[in-house]
Design a protein around this ligand. Structure first.
Ligand code: ADP
Ligand code: MG
Length: 282
């Protein structure tokens, strides 16, 4: 039978910005060895600011590049999409019309406009070196037409207020924090250094899944924290999956715990709650 103590703690959890969907997660959390954390939208606000737009082709003006970026982002719910569409609005540039748009999880969007195929994707997905200056710590996405780079956008993101405290608490409790992100090496390194944390950059949704799997194969108890479509598979696989409340529905569905205020600091309360309930059970 499920002890009453846990039942009480579960409702307690709700008032602390936690929704505990699976009570077993509390027992597993106290045994956890490692916490794998997504970057964008989890440790950072995901509220990107457009820092720079570069034009890489003589066939397009800067306005056209921004219009294409805003148009193709119309099909995406990624935090980057929101930033690019509001940037275009600010600059009073009309989004280009797209006939079809598809989201590619963990890398970006692709679509067709005016009979041409466009993609707006991560540097990793683009796969070739770019001749541009990247602002320190920036996230860069590349706009391609028929696989040829025609423009880039650099975006900056900020840490959430409680991210650093969470990392410090994890370390004091002997839980190893590890950041896994789909973002580029430099952007990942910037955030990781600020937090004092190990990291893995350029991680596809499959890479994140494989990472959780390899930790589990080493008999480690794994907590995974994430917000995106790209995190859903690893959230389900982890011993404890923690989703950020403001994240996408599939992430919420895949998790055992939801951070209803989207505050990483509430993970501290979750672990303390887990410690208390298991202590009482003994
Ligand atoms: P994280 O793992 O940190 O949450 P994502 O996996 O969501 O990051 O995204 C990885 C990278 O893919 C981003 O840094 C960005 O370069 C690119 N990307 C993803 N979605 C979009 C989009 N809608 N528009 C432009 N770029 C995108
Ligand atoms: Mg994310």
């Amino acid at each position: 039978a499920i002890p009453l103590v846990i039942a009480r703690s579960t409702s307690l959890g709700a008032s602390r910005g936690l929704l505990v969907k699976d009570r077993e997660a509390l027992e597993l959390a106290v045994k956890s060895d490692i916490m794998i954390l997504d970057k964008t939208g989890t440790l950072t606000t995901g509220e990107f600011k457009v820092l720079n737009v570069d034009v890489l082709s003589d066939d397009y003006s800067k306005e056209e590049i921004i219009g294409l970026m805003a148009g193709i982002e119309g099909g995406s719910s990624h935090p980057i999409a929101q930033s690019i569409t509001s940037f275009a609005q600010q600059e009073e540039i009309k989004p280009a019309e797209f006939d079809s748009i598809e989201v590619v999880s963990g890398s970006g969007v692709e679509g067709e406009s005016n009979g041409r195929k466009y993609q707006l994707v991560s540097q990793k997905a683009y796969g070739q070196d770019l001749d541009i200056e990247i602002p320190k710590g920036a996230t860069v996405s590349v706009l391609t037409e028929n696989a040829r780079a025609i423009g880039t956008v650099s975006l900056g993101d900020e840490l959430k207020q409680t991210s650093k405290r969470l990392i410090d608490v994890l370390k004091s409790k002997g839980i190893q924090p590890l950041m896994a992100t789909g973002d580029n090496e430099k952007a990942a390194q910037g955030v990781a250094e600020e937090l004092g944390i190990e990291y893995k950059a350029n991680q596809s949704p499959q890479d994140k899944y494989d990472l959780v799997e390899s930790m589990k194969n080493q008999n480690k108890t794994v907590i995974m924290v994430g917000d995106g479509v790209n995190d859903a598979p690893s959230l389900s696989l982890a011993d404890v999956g923690v989703a950020v409340g403001a994240g996408t529905q599939v992430a919420l569905d895949s998790a055992d715990i939801v951070l209803t205020q989207s505050d990483p600091g509430d993970i501290i309360s979750f672990i303390e709650l887990a410690e208390k309930t298991t202590r009482k059970m003994k």
